[in-house]
Write a new protein. Structure first.
Ligand SMILES: [Zn+2]
Length: 118
């Protein structure tokens, strides 16, 4: 799986803007390249696993999820792992939201390498 550089930059920017709250989005794309995200609004404190999939346009393929941690901890929590069932790649962007302040995981929470393409 690959991701567009512009998209990862946009996700980091969105995470920064949402700080100190968490940002959550679904990832979508074409031919194995993540190209777009869909921002999913949720109430603060609400369990991520309960997000509304009706917000996803019909026929759109969900490649995974992205969310932010307002702390410098890049690792998925046990609640995070429950949302990792939607799609294959799960990105966590963490404080201070620098260019390399993110990691990608598979649905079991193992770190994976995501190739960044221009
Ligand atoms: Zn998390």
């Amino acid at each position: 799986m690959k991701i567009r550089r512009e998209l990862i930059e946009a996700l980091i920017e969105a995470a920064k803007e949402t700080h100190p709250h968490e940002f959550f989005a679904l990832l979508t794309g074409k031919r194995g390249v993540i190209e777009e995200f869909i921002f999913i609004p949720f109430e603060s404190g609400e369990n991520f696993a309960s997000f509304n999939l009706d917000l996803v346009p019909l026929g759109m393929k969900i490649y995974g999820t992205a969310h932010s941690h307002p702390s410098s901890n890049p690792y998925p929590s046990s609640e995070d792992l429950r949302t990792f069932t939607h799609g294959k790649v799960h990105i966590i962007i963490h404080y201070p939201y620098c260019k390399n302040c993110w990691k990608a995981y598979d649905s079991r929470g193992n770190e994976v390498v995501l190739e960044v393409v221009d």
